[in-house]
Ligand binder design. Structure first.
Ligand SMILES: NC(=O)c1ccc[n+]([C@@H]2O[C@H](COP(=O)([O-])OP(=O)(O)OC[C@H]3O[C@@H](n4cnc5c(N)ncnc54)[C@H](O)[C@@H]3O)[C@@H](O)[C@H]2O)c1
Ligand SMILES: [Zn+2]
Length: 279
């Protein structure tokens, strides 16, 4: 992209933000990259983040499998316990706050839709009732069986041996005493309880109905095409609602058809650049 083209693109993006009456923030794993979190793009990306699984030859799809909680809970909790600790200690990058300032500046409505399970939007101060976590959250637990429909906050301390990636302690279900698991939709998952996500979906549907005639800025960041749920959400809003424009920020797969805006860079870099063009 030439400097002139970039200038024009950023001016357009800034105009969309400037005029927005509502924001939809859609985010995939790439949103966490600038906070220092790994995405799992391809086996290579996953194994770089988790060398022990490279040694075992296990892919992300094989690790994110609910069967481990039945067959070998310490192994299942090794992966999710490690990620729980990682996400708890992560500080959301400045990009989360840049968008919050835009929302406040415009006194706009907003909603976050994310496939991330890491709770980073809540941590950055976004309201719990304005977030849809389509794959659930690592910070909530459910019974592995499940024996009941209860979903409870994960207050457990989970120590993990980083060589074997096995947990030294596996959280249990208070109702039946069996092992519990994160309330996350895994691969081939038949026991995930969708109740918490369904309530969030209901709130999001209402938000869209209430704001359908507003000028909506959809800011999509770090959403991959391998599991395209988040990209499809942005596109659905962008194509179906007359006054909605998608700004897709992604260093490797930024493509989206005009009039939507494609920014081939990282989330934080893209947000900072747009901010420079906001009056
Ligand atoms: N933090 C988390 O909760 C977390 C982490 C990893 C994976 N996951 C989930 O697992 C599934 C698959 O994960 P995946 O890693 O293959 O995700 P993915 O397919 O969404 O890929 C990551 C995307 O982020 C982009 N990206 C990389 N660096 C970026 C940056 N600095 N700024 C913006 N975008 C950037 C990549 O180009 C890619 O398109 C998804 O459902 C994902 O949400 C969640
Ligand atoms: Zn139970």
């Amino acid at each position: 992209m030439s400097p002139d083209q970039e200038h024009h693109l950023l001016e357009r993006a800034a105009r969309i933000i400037d005029k927005a009456e509502a924001f939809v923030i859609t985010a995939g794993a790439g949103m966490g990259v600038d906070s220092g979190l790994p995405d799992f793009r391809g086996d290579h990306g996953f194994w770089q983040a988790y060398p022990p699984y490279a040694r075992l030859g296990l892919s992300f799809v094989e690790c994110a499998n609910p069967q481990h909680f039945e067959r070998d809970p310490a192994f299942g909790w090794g992966f999710y316990g490690h990620r729980t600790n990682l996400y708890r200690s992560t500080v959301p990058h400045e990009g989360f706050h840049i968008i919050r300032r835009w929302i406040e500046r415009n006194q706009a409505e907003y909603f976050v839709v994310t496939s991330n399970v890491d709770g980073q939007f809540q941590k950055a101060g976004y309201a719990e009732d304005r977030i849809l976590e389509v794959h659930g959250s690592i910070h909530w637990l459910q019974c592995h069986s499940p024996c009941c429909h209860t979903i409870w906050p994960n207050d457990e301390t989970i120590e993990v041996d980083e060589t074997s990636m096995r947990a030294r302690h596996c959280p249990r279900c208070p109702a039946c005493g069996q092992v519990s698991r994160p309330n996350i939709l895994m691969f081939g998952d038949r026991s995930w309880l969708p109740d918490r996500t369904r309530i969030q979906e209901h709130r999001f549907d209402r938000f869209l109905a209430d704001n359908a005639d507003q000028r909506i800025a959809v800011i999509e960041m770090g959403a991959g095409s391998a599991i395209p749920t988040i990209r499809a959400t942005s596109e659905r809003i962008g194509w179906n609602l007359e006054h909605a424009t998608v700004i897709r920020i992604n260093p490797r797969e930024p493509d989206i058809k005009a009039p939507h805006i494609s920014m081939p860079c990282g989330a934080l870099e893209g947000l900072r650049k747009i901010e420079l063009f906001l009056k």
